[in-house]
Design a protein around this ligand. Structure first.
Ligand SMILES: [Zn+2]
Ligand SMILES: [Zn+2]
Ligand SMILES: [Zn+2]
Length: 760
């Protein structure tokens, strides 16, 4: 089994290396493979590979690998001679707008910086030969290790291949879209593991499972009802816990089926997909798992969170037209979500009344933070106590450690646990996975099943001198200590101008359609690998790149969550406004400027003591406005940002911010008076009545004209006069429509002493 999985995983790579390395280098590579006798029998892996190559049939495992190759239509021979650069998967996406450009990735090790594609004509900056040499020397080092378990070896192998081969293209028979070699390898490994499993049925049926956590946002924000306090310590912890929970549930499912973690074919944003062997019996096993999960969630979380599983039985051919399968699978998932936790409440066909009593059974005091769960010691319930501990640890965490069975770390489901630590743990049998955060885990000397993980985890902390805001306050009885998370109040105080926070909520437009229909260009078959690549690349942007940019440039921004295809950030309002614009611009670059892939965002400003749950809901409303408000170029909305209850496109938003800043300067220097701005708002009201059909409203024009002539005629008023004359028009998209939010926005800038000097 081990050799079969490794051989099928390695098959395509073996070809690629054979044809792109010098003969002596390839010989040396095979020699390194042969030396491996601990994790797998390298000699046996090589035998399987050679026999596959020669079309021989004398190994028992060959049929399942050959079948896997056949199913995926992988044909390494056709592009064997050259290393091909990978086109961005986003280039293939077409919804309503035609898109013809090609954007390709350079040969570069995977990082949050490497994921921005270049024009096809751009010069290769990396030498392909040198790149492959480096890749193969990492592989050789790994094959020669004599101290690794299979689990650790396979995790490191997969991680090394993803690190280097994510940008090397591989073709297939059923599609002329290219997929990374690393993704083809993963899918081959997953498929061969399923096909050679003892749970595999003669019918050849398999099951694709989707799992999805629901109640995430409500659970994250519930802690924040009490206002400020130590919310900043807990919010990140809760968000982290939920992503770890989603991971662990997916681990538990593959473990239950005796498969390697690589059968989890996609996982991001609290949602995962798993490829399992078997049909009906597998669905029954899933029902049992669902029931166990439902019981656990009811007991531990009173049903505040649920994990919904749905499975779709597929045959091999289905893997090449996954668009339809994904549509069906997500429909089943939606139906399941309408009756969450049903399995936990019923035994067979009867209602299980024991589970109705959970809330009443817990007597005694309620937790002082969440006011929901019973106190088990001190003032806090166990969830809130973990949040507080974890919140402290996450600030410095560089590794997440998953154990089973375990007594250490944060216990999650049934003997699984997760721990956040600063340095890699010592080897233990119970450690089945280690994430190294935001830093490549390649060529490391440890014996751990350690892989690279991009995760947005930045929160602002006080530097070695402590928080300047707390220190300046006389009555601060609990100042933020050096290295501890800043309170939201401290973050707000660091803003320029008004001491306010901003919430930024953003996500990718029409994402469901992008996944289901986007790749189906000109009736093309859509493969599971392509969908997986799309999901992984988006996640790299929202987790890897967002983490990098915040921790380098926007250090007063707090990550509530960012990953999958969406984010929620809280920060000093001025930084959030800049960050939103950079997010949009870099996303354009990331998707090769494909107009079918756009972002929408909602921004809301508030004082720091406002409850987080309430403000997050307001940001969500702004996001909905950005999505729904029609614009002249796009009647169906989207590709917009909404701020101060006004939706605008991203270019307008950049101008809007600039204008608000200029107005603030004129206002502060008394070139423009508050009285004049109030009169402007009156004229804007008249314009609105005109727009609604009342021609009387046109009076705004002579009135404004007279006002300008009378009050702004001096040479010193020139700048204001030019600005005000902008409103003397009856064009569509009238500047009056954004006047009120413009004035509100400029008030945010206004209290700033250094206005005009600061770089926008
Ligand atoms: Zn070949
Ligand atoms: Zn609590
Ligand atoms: Zn402070």
């Amino acid at each position: 089994m081990k050799e079969t999985i490794v051989a099928s995983y390695y098959y395509l790579l073996y070809h690629t290396l054979r044809h792109s390395l010098a003969a002596s280098d390839f010989e040396a590579h095979m020699e390194c493979m042969r030396q491996q006798q601990k994790a797998v029998q390298g000699e046996k892996v090589l035998q399987i590979l050679e026999q596959l190559q020669q079309g021989r049939e004398d190994q028992a495992s060959l049929p399942s690998i050959r079948k896997a190759l056949d199913i995926l239509g992988i044909m390494p021979e056709n592009d064997a001679d050259s290393l091909r650069r990978l086109s961005s998967v986003f280039c293939y996406i077409e919804l309503e707008q035609r898109y013809e450009r090609q954007a390709v990735y350079d040969f570069a090790e995977l990082s949050e910086r490497a994921i921005f594609p270049k024009e096809e004509q751009a010069e290769l900056s990396a030498d392909p030969q040198a790149y492959v040499q480096k890749f193969v020397s990492s592989l050789n080092r790994l094959w020669k290790r004599e101290d690794l378990s299979f689990e650790a070896f396979f995790a490191k192998l997969k991680n090394t291949v993803e690190h280097y081969a994510w940008c090397i293209a591989s073709g297939s028979k059923s599609s002329h879209q290219y997929v990374p070699v690393s993704e083809q390898c993963s899918m081959l490994g997953a498929l061969a593991a399923a096909l050679s499993s003892e749970r595999m049925e003669d019918s050849g049926r398999m099951t694709l499972v989707v799992g999805d956590l629901s109640g995430i946002q409500r659970y994250i924000f519930d802690i924040a009802q009490t206002g400020a306090g130590s919310v900043a310590k807990r919010l990140r912890a809760r968000s982290f816990f939920l992503s770890a929970l989603s991971d662990i549930i997916s681990h538990r499912i593959v473990h239950r089926f005796g498969l390697p973690l690589s059968n989890i074919v996609m996982s991001s944003g609290g949602k995962f997909y798993i490829l399992l062997p078997g049909g009906t019996a597998t669905l029954q096993e899933l029902e049992r798992l669902q029931k166990e999960l439902d019981h656990w969630f009811l007991e531990q979380y009173h049903g505040e969170i649920a994990c919904n599983l749905a499975g779709e039985v597929i045959v091999a051919d289905d893997l090449t037209h996954m668009d339809k399968i994904m549509e069906r699978l997500n429909l089943t998932l939606r139906q399941r979500k309408m009756n969450p936790l049903l399995q936990g409440l019923t035994t067979g066909e009867c209602w299980d009344t024991n589970n109705w009593l959970v809330q009443q059974q817990e007597t005694g005091r309620r937790c002082s933070v969440c006011k929901k769960f019973a106190v088990d010691e001190g003032e806090l319930c166990k969830h809130c106590r973990f949040d507080e501990e974890m919140g402290q640890r996450l600030v410095r965490a560089r590794y997440f450690v998953y154990r089973y069975p375990s007594q250490r770390g944060l216990p999650v489901v049934d003997g699984y646990s997760v721990e956040a630590v600063e340095s890699p743990p010592a080897y233990e049998d119970s450690i089945y996975l280690v994430y190294r955060l935001n830093s490549p885990a390649v060529d490391t000397d440890d014996r751990l099943p350690m892989v690279t993980k991009y995760a947005a985890n930045y929160i602002p902390v006080a530097d070695e001198n402590g928080c300047p805001h707390c220190l300046a306050k006389d009555d601060a009885h609990d100042p933020v200590r050096p290295g501890a998370p800043l309170q939201f109040e401290c973050i707000a105080e660091s803003a320029i101008g008004a001491k306010q926070l901003a919430y930024l909520k953003a996500d990718v437009d029409y994402l469901g359609s992008v996944f289901v229909f986007g790749l189906n260009r000109d009736g093309q078959a859509v493969q599971l690998q392509q969908i997986a690549v799309l999901s992984k690349m988006l996640d790299l942007f929202f987790s890897g790149w967002v983490h990098r940019i915040i921790s380098e440039k926007y250090r007063r921004v707090y990550t509530v969550f960012s990953g999958g295809d969406d984010l929620l950030l809280i920060g000093a309002w001025d930084e959030i406004v800049h960050l939103a614009q950079e997010l949009h611009l870099r996303f354009r670059e990331f998707v090769g400027d494909n107009p079918n892939l756009t972002l929408s965002a909602g921004i809301t400003f508030c004082k720091s003591h406002q409850p987080v749950a309430r403000q997050a809901a307001v940001a969500e409303e702004e996001l909905d406005r950005a999505k729904e408000s029609p614009s002249r170029t796009r009647p169906e909305g989207r590709n917009q940002v909404s701020v101060l209850q006004q939706a605008m496109n991203w270019e307008q938003f950049a101008e809007f911010c600039e204008e608000a800043k200029r107005l603030a300067v004129m206002w502060e220097q008394k070139q423009v008076t508050s009285a004049f701005l109030y009169r402007l708002l009156d004229y804007a009201e008249m314009y609105r009545t005109y727009e609604a059909g009342d021609t009387q409203g046109l009076r705004f024009y002579p009135k404004l004209s007279y006002d300008i002539a009378r009050n702004l005629s001096d040479e010193k008023d020139k700048e204001v006069r030019i600005w005000a004359q902008r409103f003397l028009t009856i064009q569509e998209d009238h500047p009056f429509l954004t006047l009120r939010p413009l004035i509100q926005m400029s008030r945010l800038y206004r209290l700033n002493d250094v206005i005009g000097k600061e770089e926008m």
